[in-house]
Design a binder for this molecule. Sequence first.
Ligand SMILES: *[C@@H]1O[C@H](CO)[C@@H](O)[C@H](O)[C@H]1NC(C)=O
Ligand SMILES: *[C@@H]1O[C@H](CO)[C@@H](O)[C@H](O)[C@H]1NC(C)=O
Ligand SMILES: *[C@@H]1O[C@H](CO)[C@@H](O)[C@H](O)[C@H]1NC(C)=O
Ligand SMILES: *[C@@H]1O[C@H](CO)[C@@H](O)[C@H](O)[C@H]1NC(C)=O
Ligand SMILES: *[C@@H]1O[C@H](CO)[C@@H](O)[C@H](O)[C@H]1NC(C)=O
Ligand SMILES: *[C@@H]1O[C@H](CO)[C@@H](O)[C@H](O)[C@H]1NC(C)=O
Length: 769
Amino acid sequence: MAFQTRSPHSPLLPIMLFICLSFTTAVPSPYAPSYACDTHKNPSLKKYAFCNTKLDIKTRVKDLVKRLTLQEKAGSIVSMTDSIPRLGIPSYGWWSEALHGVSDTGPSTWFNASVIPGATSFPQVILTAASFNESLFYSIGKVVSTEARAMYNTGVAGLTFWSPNVNIFRDPRWGRGQETPGEDPVLTSRYGSRYVRGLQEREDGDKERLKVGACCKHYTAYDLDNWTSVDRFHFNAIVTKQDLEDTYNPPFKSCVLDGNVASVMCSYNQVNGKPTCGDKELLLDTVRGEWKLNGYISSDCDSVEVMFRNQKYAKTPEEATADALNAGLDLNCGDSLKNFSASAVKKGLVKQSVVDRAVTNSFTTLMRLGFFDGNPSKQFYGKLGKKDVCTPAHQDLAREAARQGIVLLKNSVRSLPLRKHSIKTLAVIGPNANATRAMIGNYAGVPCKYTSPLKGLSDYVKTVYEEGCDVTCNSNAMFGKAKDAAAKADAVVLVVGSDLSIEAEAHDRTKIYLPGQQNLLVSEVAKAAKGPVILVIMSGGGMDVEFAKSDPKITSILWVGVPGQEGGGALADVVFGRHNPSGRLPMTWYPGSYTDLVPMTNTLMRPNPKMGLPGQTYRFYTGKTVFPFGFGLSYTSYVYKDIKAPKHVSIPLHRAHPCRSSKCNDIDAAVCHNLHFDVDVTVTNMGKKSGSHTVMLFSSPPMIYNAPQKELIDFKKVWLAPWQRTVVRFRVDVCKSLSVADENGIRKVALGPYVLQLGDLKHNVSLKV
Ligand SMILES: *[C@@H]1O[C@H](CO)[C@@H](O)[C@H](O)[C@H]1NC(C)=O
Ligand SMILES: *[C@@H]1O[C@H](CO)[C@@H](O)[C@H](O)[C@H]1NC(C)=O
Ligand SMILES: *[C@@H]1O[C@H](CO)[C@@H](O)[C@H](O)[C@H]1NC(C)=O
Ligand SMILES: *[C@@H]1O[C@H](CO)[C@@H](O)[C@H](O)[C@H]1NC(C)=O
Ligand SMILES: *[C@@H]1O[C@H](CO)[C@@H](O)[C@H](O)[C@H]1NC(C)=O
Ligand SMILES: *[C@@H]1O[C@H](CO)[C@@H](O)[C@H](O)[C@H]1NC(C)=O
């Protein structure tokens, strides 16, 4: 989403003030939620079928749409809708955000010290994803939607939240990589669908209705914001059908099919010369047609205008509006559709029935949210309010989520965990050692509070703090003091990395080393230190920290992502061993030279030796890494043995299938649905500490169609007591998990040996007909 200067006096305000003046007893807050069909205040509304909660939603929406004039329809499909007083419909602000907690990034949510001052700020998604724990993804979604509903009831948030961001973190430079679940399509899909379900599913089990509306964005191949002279408003991603099918689109498909998401948002960029918001094949044919979205397709803010103004793809704003509507867009963040839909219809560029479709899809979502059911305080979630925001349990979950995500990258001679009793003084050093805002990153709100690393560690032992330098680290003036502190202390925790000045929306990196002179700070402090040195990297993207990996004075390395409001507490729990780390990297950490080799504009996933391109993400990248995808240590060790899985799997084919009589290399994945086999593996905790551990099942398909060299097909997280063993079972869906996309983006199952990999163990399974 684009930045927009947000006026606290949004157009919503006069209406809400009006409502609250007449109902001061019902809602103590100075604000009140926006809702339609207030039959209590205006009994004449009872005559409208769309206000009749006993009728089904389809009938109600149909009744509503037929009552609207063309301009009223146009004014209903933009992010800040026009009110329709004659029908008792107030203005509604569609744009709220809840990426990792309710956020005030969108204009329809705000915090106010006297109403709701803040909301629980969970870790940025990249760190939560590193937990590889699906039930955690769901639990966070549930808590966020409870706080969101509570804020709606209080009149300070909408019901529709344009989260999560499920774009693939294709390039380490991307400033918004922190918002995503990483570079893997399976992990991203699982995260997206589970988080969406957590947000949307109602506790009363009503499947037709929504707790809040989620939105998977930005469809599709959006992974560049502002790199050198290229920006997202002008970027044309050249994407093959194959890459679209096996990398860029799977998370969106899963959001719709597995998550039942209420909305998909198209992006700013073009894909193969067409703006995504004006691409019928992407929207109407795929999202609406093939995946059967039950909800609305939204634009980015305002990507319809971008089609005309920045991209000159459309000659007039009416044309851009018509292109978007005809392609399947239902709602516009911005006001292009309000300004130009009626004239586009009059000029014959778009049919009124197409506008009707857009209004229908948008209002159906609001209807499912209870917006047309009268006073929300009388509805299922009516009791939620201020008391349900920032509860101790919610803030504990924020700390737990950060703990589960933190990745231990190095731990020589078991320098970690530190023993509390052997530390008289701990030096806490570095630009992020006392971080607050840097812990919540992009699309944050106002947190309930902050537990900085310094605060978290000080709760365990006595600390001394030295900043060393700020995040940009242009000066070494304070290095001396940092070195002195390290020389005197029993151990050092050095917290470095980035913040929003380095990685952010509209701001990609050009280098993937630690910023400025941070490397020097780290090396000099480590050299001066008397005790163990724990290097903590707080960042969204990976950093080339090869120098620290090989420096014997740096005994441990931890990556804490962008860890949220409780990040410092979670870090301390890991450092002092209250929590045994189990996070695994959700993205490859590339060497710094990668950025010299690969332009960020290269959207081709597969390696291209002729062009000197090594491929992107662990599925295709053939070069050296600093840390690979899935890497992560623990305070104990886990051993795998006894893979039990078939060696051969036969795919039953019809008698007439040509591959029964002549030799084939592959068959269409569509012929073999519902063909499964099980893979069992015994996992043992070989240490004295209990812990959680993610078992990842990878597959390497036969060499065909430039298939990925290796890909994650499933993962399971288990908890094991010391010396405990368990059998972990994976059910492999042959056509879904073992199929590969051909050059035309058609899924094929290769006939031949697949190598399954669990840790160091490998197992061949051969597919035949
Ligand atoms: C918060 O709400 C109170 C009560 O209506 C109001 O007086 C105050 O100006 C608001 N503050 C902000 C920053 O909007
Ligand atoms: C729509 O109209 C309003 C009011 O005239 C104007 O301020 C706004 O810039 C217009 N938006 C676009 C995208 O043209
Ligand atoms: C740490 O940051 C907090 C919040 O910005 C500040 O109040 C505090 O003084 C800082 N601590 C030190 C030791 O500088
Ligand atoms: C890109 O970044 C530059 C420099 O940081 C900034 O001046 C420019 O406004 C940005 N452009 C966009 C489209 O975000
Ligand atoms: C996954 O997260 C949930 C929710 O925090 C937690 O209860 C559970 O123990 C975690 N699973 C494992 C295996 O760590
Ligand atoms: C498994 O398959 C791989 C690749 O096809 C092959 O190199 C290897 O020898 C096979 N291993 C066994 C035990 O058959």
